[in-house]
Design a protein around this ligand. Sequence first.
Ligand code: SMO
Length: 770
Amino acid sequence: MTALSERPAPTAIGRSIPRPDADAKVRGTAVYAVDLAEAGLLHAAVLRAPLPAARITRLDATVAATLPGVHAVVTGADAPARSGMLVIKDQTVFAIDVVRYVGEPIAAVAAETPAQAAAALAAIELELEALEPVLDLDAALTGRVIHPDWAEYEAPDGNRGGNVAWDSGLVKGTDAEWEAAFAAAHAVVSDEFRVPRQHQTPIEPHACVARWSGDRYVVHTSTQFPHSVRTRTAELLGTRPSAVRVVVPTVGGGFGGKLDAMLEPIACLLARRSGRPVRLVNSRAEELATAGPRENAILRLRTAVDAEGRILAQEADALLDNGANSSGETVICGGLPPLALGATYRVPLARYRSRVVYTNTPPTAAFRGVGGPYVVFAQESHLDHVAREIGVDRRELRLRNLLRAGEKMINGQVLTDAVLTEAMESVERRAPWARPAEVTPGWLRGRAVVPLTWLTNPGPGEASVSLSDDGTILVTTAATEIGTGAVQTGVRQIVAERLGVPVEDVLVSTPDTDAGGFDNGAQGSRTTYGSGAAAAEAATELRAQILRAAAGMLEAAESDLEIADGVVGVAGSPGATVTLAAVSASAMWTTGPLSATGRFVSPAPEFDGGCLVGALFTTINGTSSHAHTADVEVDPATGEVRVLDYTVAQDVGRAINPAMIRGQVNGAVAQGLGYALYEELRIGADGRVLDDSLEGYRVPTALDVPPIDLEILESPGSNGPYGVKGVAEPPIVPVAAVVACAVADAIGATVTALPLTPFAVLAALRGRRP
Ligand code: SMO
């Protein structure tokens, strides 16, 4: 492993080239899905459920359909098929017979103007008979069953039943070992943690324009994962995936919230029914109320340690809120808590359980880091509690339990490429644990340090690379640039490096499921890694084709050729060159156009399947190492928390574009501070999401973010192109843990809930130990 600054001079790799899409975004000329318009466009609106649990006793749209300007009205009768995100098919486009959350679509209309659409919605006759809503996670375990037909839904074999959508776990060690560990323990510590929902809050809400082309649906939409939208839209509309074409304009952010089909099936139905293009855009209130946030959760932890603070055994019980159906990734990510609890620290014996539970609340979904931010918040706050109980230094306790490269993680998988101790040393050099702190008079000061192992999504991808007649390179892929720079810099720089062309000469297609092959989407930091690997393989093959063609033109051996700056030359013969444009022209009428396709999927690492019980998430792919540290101060009079400085060491495998990495770390820390201090998507006692605007739902601004110091570490991973690992997702994961542990240090009491609003801090201060 080397620090970035020690590496030799870079080529296309390791250069902080500016993003080609930045200028249009900053000037406001980029075209997003919300901006799309076309001739004959109709405006759609969705009638949403006003109650969290009810029977639909009457639904009549006869009058609505006759109103001026109205071209189509659709309800559940028009879309009876069931789907779900990868696992349990418990979702329909519209509520059928039963309403399960406030905001659930019941009907939709398309009209000439938004006002006419609104008038038509108002004219739909809807009568509901209220049912007792199940809103609380603990209560859901024994409450009214939200999906009485759960056993009939299509789903893989697994432990589920009643309001438990999915029950999985991890058991390591025999009962005898377990009892012996607790009997021999120096201390046993228990805690319970509760976290609220966090909304992704992309600047661009969900938005799409759909057309019926006569035999297929064509939908332009704001998504992170066009092939997911294609498959899920098709399933919900009862057709085959190839009957849906998904095209993605500029995307105004996703953060995990745009992995699923949401508005697309509705817009497609209306487009087919009306024969006109249909635009459907969430208002900010609809976005907050219905676009799946990070799930709220409860985590209960109990840990046995020896006198030095070494973990002997750990028990965890996690309850994750699925909301009313499995349209988001919460079920599949329900297997994450057991893995995340044992990927950073050595846990010799474990009894971990994770249940994803139905409630009468809006379905939850993926958000950057999925369950990681709260699992790590709970684990780290709990370990600090352990350290205080037994009188061991909190940093020292972490170092004693930290996994080293070559050791096995909780699932029996060997932790390769790990530099956890180096990450801890990096933040120690930059912000020493024992450094003196200047305390503002009257304020309390606290400090925390958190190490982390995180993963990279292993999913498949395909990319094609072709040589154009002007010597430029076109990458055709469904990989989607959602604002991280992963496509516009990461993939382009990798291809430029492989082919010896300037980065400006690598162009990337618009994501379109008709053009690019399958791509697993912009999720889990996989774009530069997985889509980049597919593009790198294609570029390697194209390079061989170019050299073959150029060898004939230059009458030289292929092995003597090199490509630099878009020119093929013979090593040692400065005059013998041919441009890529000339190679293209020559190849055109001899071999045909030059192009190649590459593909990638990360092979599953070996793990101990025997310890996992019903888990859908089994391995920890493409591991990267991290350490974060920060100082906070707390005003004991008002409960205000100030984060004073923040230091990150992040192992990126190989830094393709350091400036983009810095941007992702800054953004992730900011988003993590929001989760730690401000953000809570509140649901009222009536099941309604209370936060209906960004005035009420508070995300951090530039004024809330302290200086962030970053050291980029490079410990190349075995699978990624040039050794890259996932970069953009992991830096949000430890942030709430760091802030909560630092606040706990400042106030002398364990923090057991987020966010740390002034009220929460004052309440914690009142409970503080003497
Ligand atoms: S939550 Mo992300 O889009 O892997």
